[in-house]
Design a protein around this ligand. Structure first.
Ligand SMILES: C[S@@+](CC[C@H](N)C(=O)[O-])C[C@H]1O[C@@H](n2cnc3c(N)ncnc32)[C@H](O)[C@@H]1O
Length: 678
């Protein structure tokens, strides 16, 4: 079941408009293939529409630019394509689908038309030369990245076709001489062409009217209360009955008929969306829910336990969207290593190798999304030279939240294989120091390899159990705990999670995460001049591994408070969940979902660590102000001892010198020097 993945190009991971919790998943179930086709078609036709809207000269430039690099369109050629203007509210359904797919619905073409006035070279250079890191970079590169130009010749076909159908005679487009139907249409109205032109006008008007009607009907269906519109649901007109206990037992023995399961899921979703009206008499809501979860488990290939656990996170309709999204791969993304190159230079180099790419979104100035490539992205000369890291877009988020500042000392407590540690190093511009730790020695090999490849000179790789901090070392300006987790946010990458996670796993993981988070908090220096922050993140979407861990930390360490992650998008963390109430500030944490943000499921929380002292914290159910005297913790454990650090550094130096065959000064000398310094 897990192999039923639909691989197709997707819009970039981006801060989408959040889905309404109760938004029905209309016509989604069982139509994955069809939807995928629709989506790719949409992606392909869109730029063509722009070409149609532009002047003929602009179209030629777009075609010309689009055919360079092995016939693949360049970033610029795609950028020369304007998204179609929204047709006065007609395409509500299309907009909603775009929203689901992560396509921003800006509709306006700000910055796009300008490109068409440039020559091909100018377009290429002009655009890339603005690819500086920083805000300007974003502004220039990230305009409407959703406009994926994925074809050239085919698109042109579409342009011509749509022109035939929709362009009113007499308009600029219709008068284009390369339109086979336009002969005589663009010129003077004569007796001979009058009838044909009038007929064409009528046909066009009739088609328009048909389209209007269709869209009005869709809009009405979408707005028609909470009854989910499931196309083909009642095709056979048969009433729906939940299977009896015997029927369920019987079904369990054999292999479930996928079509029956699929159809039953559709019916259950629909009934649950309007229970009073549609449910069978005598049947409870929980019976439908139970059947639906069983069917989700069997249809998507999850164990019953995990299917239920994940189902509970969402409304019924949204749960289906989540499970559907886990069947699709997320966009391939890379992070520019600013220690080695600039994004515009990297983009140019990869484009020259036949890579089709776009900046990810406004929220990052180092990310690129790869659409197509004629070369393996993990083995280009640029990759080997450390110009980029193959990294999921969601992995950028915790580092953005951490916000490292030059010269800081930072601990990445669980860091292998180093995607985030090397990102931190780059943001520090090789100043300060990053301690990249991971308990798994084997994994530190790939971590060290990445640190070298990326040219990070401010990173020390170490291998301790995170729970040994801050005893090993403490007093950091910032700590990142990207915790070991169940991986329920990355099911599209690792479908084994669907079947190999049990209740016990979540209990054990949650326990480990709680231990690690306390150690991470205690490793932060509350006296840091520039920082004093901890970021906790997981690539899991379960509450046990996220809100429950953060809430536990808030209770155990009253000297920490949650602060805004600064990420700017993402859903708020739960403050209440299935009878549990968390601290109200949990709303400052952020959740990211594949079906909403088109990135891996992720969770990010940012804490400010204050001095351990008498603190006042308002909160709790009654909103009472509680005075708490914090348990005294041995300060030496927490604070970073720079003298002690010096000793270790000296020891390291001695070993290095020895390895190089150099004469090592006698140890007493070092010790003497150090005691003198003390
Ligand atoms: C989600 S991965 C980290 C990914 C990493 N931050 C990156 O960006 O490449 C979690 C890591 O935690 C490590 N880990 C597991 N238990 C640990 C512990 N007790 N202390 C430190 N690291 C641990 C695992 O070996 C694994 O590499």
């Amino acid at each position: 079941m897990g192999g039923r993945r639909t691989k197709y190009k997707q819009p970039p991971p981006a801060p989408l408009q959040e889905l309404k919790q109760d938004r029905p998943s209309s016509k989604k179930l069982g139509k994955r293939k069809a939807d995928a086709d629709l989506d790719s078609e949409r992606v392909n036709t869109r730029p063509a529409k722009k070409a149609k809207e532009g002047s003929k000269g602009e179209r030629q430039k777009v075609q010309k630019a689009g055919k360079q690099h092995n016939g693949k369109p360049s970033v610029e050629s795609r950028k020369g394509v304007k998204p179609p203007a929204r047709s006065n509210g007609k395409s509500k359904k299309r907009e909603e689908e775009d929203e689901l797919l992560g396509v921003e619905s800006g509709g306006e073409s700000e910055g796009w038309e300008d490109m068409s006035d440039m020559g091909e070279e100018e377009v290429m250079v002009g655009n890339l030369s603005d690819m500086e890191s920083g805000q300007e970079d974003d502004d220039l590169l990230q305009k409407a990245p959703e406009e994926l130009y994925l074809g050239s010749d085919e698109d042109e076909e579409v342009t011509l076709f749509s022109k035939k159908v929709t362009s009113p005679p007499g308009s600029d487009d219709a008068s284009s001489s390369d339109d086979e139907h336009s002969e005589g249409e663009g010129g003077r109205v004569t007796m001979t062409n009058m009838e044909a032109r009038s007929r064409a006008l009528d046909e066009a008007a009739a088609r328009e009217a048909e389209l209007d009607l269709e869209e009005v009907q869709h809009a009405a269906a979408d707005e028609g209360g909470d009854d989910v519109d499931m196309e083909g649901d009642d095709e056979d007109g048969e009433p729906f009955h939940l299977p009896t206990a015997e029927e369920r037992e019987e079904e369990k023995k054999g292999v479930a008929d996928i079509h029956i399961v699929q159809r039953r899921m559709r019916r259950c979703v629909r009934i649950l969306s309007n229970f009073k009206k549609l449910a069978e008499k005598g049947r409870s809501r929980s019976e439908y829910v139970e059947q639906l979860i069983t069917d989700i488990a069997s249809y998507f290939g999850y164990n019953q336990f995990l299917a239920e656990k994940l189902f509970q996170l969402f409304s019924v309709a949204e749960a289906i969207e989540f499970f559907e999204a886990n069947e699709m791969s997320r966009p391939v993304t890379i992070r520019t290593n600013t220690l080695r190159t600039r994004r515009r230079d990297l983009a140019q180099a990869l484009i020259n190798r036949g890579v089709n790419l776009e900046p990810i979104g406004k929220w990052t100035n180092v990310g690129l999304q790869i659409f197509e490539s004629t070369v393996p992205i993990g083995a280009t000369p640029e990759y080997l030279a450390g110009h980029y890291m193959l990294q999921a877009a969601s992995s950028f988020l915790p580092v953005i939240a951490l916000g490292p500042q030059p010269d800081e000392r930072i601990l990445d407590m669980a860091s292998a294989p180093g995607g985030k540690a090397t990102h931190i190093s780059a943001l520090l511009q090789n100043t300060g120091h990053v301690f990249a730790n991971d308990t798994n020695k084997a994994r530190t090999k790939s971590l060290a390899a990445n640190v070298h490849r990326m040219g990070c000179k401010n990173v020390t790789v170490c291998s301790y159990d995170g729970r040994e901090f801050p005893k090993v070392m403490g007093g950091f300006d910032r700590v990142l705990l990207d915790a070991p987790c169940s991986g329920t946010g990355v099911i599209s990458k690792d479908s084994s999670v669907k079947v190999n996670k049990t209740d016990r796993d979540f209990t054990l993981l949650s326990h480990l995460q709680k231990q690690l988070i306390l150690c991470a908090i205690d490793s932060v220096s509350p006296e840091s001049k520039t920082g004093g922050y901890l970021v906790y993140s997981t690539c899991s979407v379960t509450v046990d591994e996220n809100e429950a861990v953060v809430d536990y930390a808030l209770k155990k360490r009253p000297n920490v408070t949650l602060v805004d992650t600064g990420i700017g998008f993402g859903r708020e963390g739960f403050t209440q969940y299935r009878g549990k109430t968390f601290h109200p500030s949990l709303s400052l944490t952020r959740r990211f979902y594949p079906h909403v943000h088109n990135m891996d499921g992720f969770f990010v929380a940012k804490f400010k660590v204050e001095k351990r002292a008498k603190v006042k914290r308002s909160g709790g159910d009654a909103g009472a102000v509680i005075d708490q005297v914090i348990d005294t913790v041995v300060e030496e454990d927490v604070r970073f001892d720079s003298e002690e650090d010096k000793k270790y550094i000296e020891e390291g130096r001695r070993r290095q010198m020895k390895a190089k065959g150099l004469r090592v000064p006698p140890r007493q000398k070092v010790e003497h020097d150090m005691s003198a310094a003390a």
